[in-house]
Design a protein around this ligand. Structure first.
Ligand SMILES: [Zn+2]
Length: 215
C-alpha cells in the first residue's frame, strides 16, 4: 500500500481486531509516519452501530481555542462552518451562544434543522473535530474544504514519526471500527505543502489540533 498523504511506501505495522470480529492490518508510511488501516470494508457495519460518544465534552474543549484564534486572526463577524458536526452539532450550538455565525455540515448524519448549513459560500474558517481519523481520503476532503475557505482547523490525535503508538493505543478505537487514519505533524506538513498551506499546532492538554491556512 502507498501512503494516502505522501505516496511513499507504507509497510505493515501490525494487526488488530475491529468491531470485535474482523482481524485487520495497519500500515505505516516509511516517510511521513502516517498510519492507516487496510481498505476499510467494515465501515458500513461500523456506522450502523450505536456508539456512546463524548461529542459534547470535545465540543466544549475546543471552544476557547477557537474563540481566541478567531479574535486574533479572523473576522469575528464572518461566517463559519463546522464540518462533520454530527446530528446535534454541539460545537455549533455553543459557538452560537457566543454570538458567532456558525453552521454545521455533515455528509453522513442528518443535522438538526436549526444548525444545518451548506457548503455553498465562503467561510472565514472551517472547523473539523474528530473527523480526519475517520477519513479514507483526507486529501479529497481538504481539497473540498478549500473551495469554501482559506483556513481549516482540525482536531485529531496525532501520532509521532519517531515514536509510533503501541497497537493497544485506545485512539485506534477498534471496538467502534471507525478510526482508520492517524497523522503525524510531518503528514500534515506534506498535506499542507501540497495545497500551499501553512501548518500551525494548536494543541491543548490532552488534545491535538492543527490549523492549515493560506497566507
Ligand atoms: Zn506518508
Amino acid at each position: 500500500m502507498n501512503c494516502p498523504i505522501c505516496s511513499s511506501k507504507s509497510e505493515i505495522y501490525g494487526k488488530g481486531v475491529v468491531l470485535n470480529k474482523y482481524e485487520i492490518s495497519y500500515f505505516r508510511c516509511s516517510r511521513c509516519g502516517f498510519i492507516n488501516t487496510e481498505k476499510p470494508y467494515w465501515l458500513d457495519e461500523a456506522y450502523g452501530r450505536v456508539v456512546s460518544d463524548n461529542q459534547k465534552f470535545r465540543a466544549q474543549q475546543n471552544v476557547p481555542i477557537v474563540i481566541s484564534y478567531i479574535k486574533e486572526q479572523l473576522d469575528p463577524k464572518g461566517f463559519y462552518l463546522d464540518y462533520g458536526c454530527a446530528r446535534n452539532a454541539y460545537f455549533v450550538e455553543i459557538m452560537r451562544k457566543y454570538c458567532f455565525k456558525f453552521v454545521g455540515y455533515d455528509k453522513y448524519e442528518k443535522v438538526l434543522d436549526q444548525y444545518k448549513g451548506k457548503l455553498s459560500r465562503q467561510f472565514e474558517m472551517i472547523t473539523s473535530w474528530e473527523v480526519f481519523e475517520h477519513l479514507p481520503n483526507p486529501k479529497e476532503v481538504v481539497s473540498e474544504m478549500l473551495q469554501y475557505t482559506n483556513v481549516i482547523m482540525i482536531g485529531t490525535q496525532r501520532v509521532q514519526l519517531n515514536n509510533p503508538p503501541k497497537l493497544n493505543w485506545n485512539y485506534f478505537s477498534r471496538p467502534s471500527g471507525r478510526h482508520i487514519s492517524f497523522y503525524t505533524m510531518e503528514s500534515f506538513g506534506i498535506l499542507g505543502k501540497e495545497f500551499g498551506l501553512k501548518v500551525e499546532k494548536k494543541d491543548t492538554k490532552g488534545y491535538n489540533r492543527i490549523v492549515l491556512y493560506k497566507e
